[in-house]
Write a protein that binds this ligand. Structure first.
Ligand SMILES: [Zn+2]
Length: 485
């Protein structure tokens, strides 16, 4: 469908809330009419979307007439931001599902993952990431936060262009057409208190000055792509306290609103080590020693006390939950009802990419709560439909963590959305209010996602991305090279 040639259509209010500017009719570059669309306030009928040449929504008007706008192939829902990704790990999915030790753990998995990371090249990274981003788009994600920590060559030396691997990820995102927040990772030590890094961590290591120089180098590239740039101090075990402070201050000087993501309390051993080092638990330490606010995303805040849940939610930070990876690695279960009782924001990430499917992350999140609480429909919100409540909240929190305007179908946000297939067996004949629950909980043999747009450009049609075959072939070649090298 080509929406770019659609003439401008009158709408009642096209004023940009942020700038107060009323766009000229010529600003409208695309439009779409949907019988049903999930807006921030819930499902609405006869919705006309209009966006400008930059892919920003000019207006979202319910009870509208279609005029000459093309019709969406099904109910529209906002695209899902994926708030946590290590792209290269996609090629590693399925390769550690065998018992190697009497008691395998996150840490034995990490040793294997490091061996794999040691072989990544700029070419293989770009091929893996391009395929991964194609998969994400076909599975409902319209943007991704890339927590990127392999910086140097296989010997731990900087590439001739120090940004080589970061640029490979930006190119992959551009090729696939997914929005991206690039989060270069600061990694300096192998354990709390500045323990020297291990040999197999050499590709990750940077001084704070080198990290700030990398961010400076990347800023124009990122902006030219309409992407966002932030910082990811890897974890409290990998970043000494002084470096954390200096890096966060340096980032704020570059961009006061840039996102900051950190792995915080994924494993109980990490909590024990932090207690031994500081007398405090990781989240407790972070809240007392860092300026944690709405810019921050606390990834895997799995092991918190009730006081930490309250304090972290109060800070305004987003909880970055990666349900299928946390299940795969045996991390533990995040206490969602407690987090929500404090009004905490949250979103989902596919992290190690054992699973790449926005609906399945939400399914796993709800099921983990059901299993631990022995209840049903635990995470229903203002909307009693669990699928709708989960989807809407994860879009809001994911947008906040992304530092990009990708928070749903509203003027000023990116035109990032997907159309469900009303003819799919899981959805056919259902009331529209039940369709997201049916998509999340009942459509897994084949996805009920029909089409998807990023910034007003259609990237998936009839369930397929145009690059699917080529990108898949390049991915398989890259994975084979990594396994045999
Ligand atoms: Zn991670």
């Amino acid at each position: 469908m080509n929406a770019s040639a659609i003439p401008a259509i009158d709408a009642t209010d096209t004023t940009d809330a942020a700038t107060g500017r009323r766009p000229h009719a010529a600003d409208c570059a695309g439009a779409l009419f949907a019988e049903h669309a999930l807006l921030p306030g819930g499902w609405a009928r006869d919705v006309l979307l209009r966006w400008d040449g930059a892919g920003t929504l000019l207006s979202v008007q319910p009870h509208a007439l279609p005029g000459t706008a093309p019709r969406a192939p099904g109910p529209l829902v906002p695209g899902m931001p994926n708030l946590h990704s290590h792209a290269f790990q996609r090629a590693f999915a399925g390769l550690t599902e065998y018992r190697a030790e009497a008691r395998d753990s996150f840490w034995s998995w990490r040793d294997l993952m490091y061996r794999f990371a040691g072989r990544i090249t700029p070419g293989t990274l770009q091929a893996i990431a391009t395929w991964l981003y194609v998969e994400m788009l076909e599975a409902g994600y319209t943007s991704v936060c890339e927590f990127h920590y392999v910086h140097h060559d296989a010997d731990g030396r900087p590439y001739a262009d120090d940004a080589e691997l970061s640029l490979a990820l930006l190119r992959a995102a551009r090729q696939a057409g997914i929005g991206i927040t690039l989060l270069p990772v600061l990694y300096q030590s192998s354990g709390f208190g500045g323990q020297p890094p291990r040999a197999d961590q050499a590709r990750f290591i940077r001084s704070t000055a080198s990290m700030l120089a990398l961010l400076q180098r990347l800023l124009p590239e990122v902006r030219a792509q309409g992407a966002a740039l932030g910082l990811a101090p890897h974890s409290l075990r990998a970043v000494p306290a002084d470096s954390l402070r200096e890096a966060v201050e340096g980032l704020a000087a570059l961009d006061a609103r840039a996102p900051i993501h950190i792995h915080i309390a994924e494993q109980t051993q990490e909590v024990d080590d932090c207690l031994a080092w500081s007398g405090q638990r990781p989240v407790q330490w972070l809240l007392e020693h860092a300026p944690v606010d709405a810019r921050w995303c606390l990834v895997h805040a799995t092991h918190m006390t009730p006081a930490e849940y309250a304090g972290a939610a109060r800070s305004g930070a987003v909880a970055g939950i990666c349900p299928t990876t946390e299940a795969n690695l045996g991390d533990g279960i995040f206490d969602m009802p407690r987090w929500l009782s404090h009004g905490g924001a949250w979103g989902v990430g596919s992290d190690s990419h054992a699973c790449v499917n926005a609906a399945e992350e939400l399914l796993m999140l709800e099921y983990s709560q059901r299993l631990s609480l022995r209840q049903r429909n635990v995470l229903a919100g203002p909307d009693p439909q669990v699928g709708t409540a989960l989807w809407s909240a994860a879009v809001r929190g994911g947008a906040q963590a992304s530092g990009r305007p990708v928070g749903g179908l509203a003027a000023g946000q990116q035109a990032d959305f997907l159309a469900l297939d009303p003819a799919h067996l899981a959805l056919a004949g259902l009331p529209v209010q039940a369709m997201l629950s049916a998509h999340v909980f009942g459509s897994h043999r084949s996805s009920a996602l029909h089409s998807l747009w990023v910034g007003g450009t259609q990237r998936v049609a009839a369930g397929r991305h145009a690059l699917r075959d080529d990108a898949a072939q390049a991915f398989v070649a890259a994975r084979s090279a990594l396994i045999t090298s």
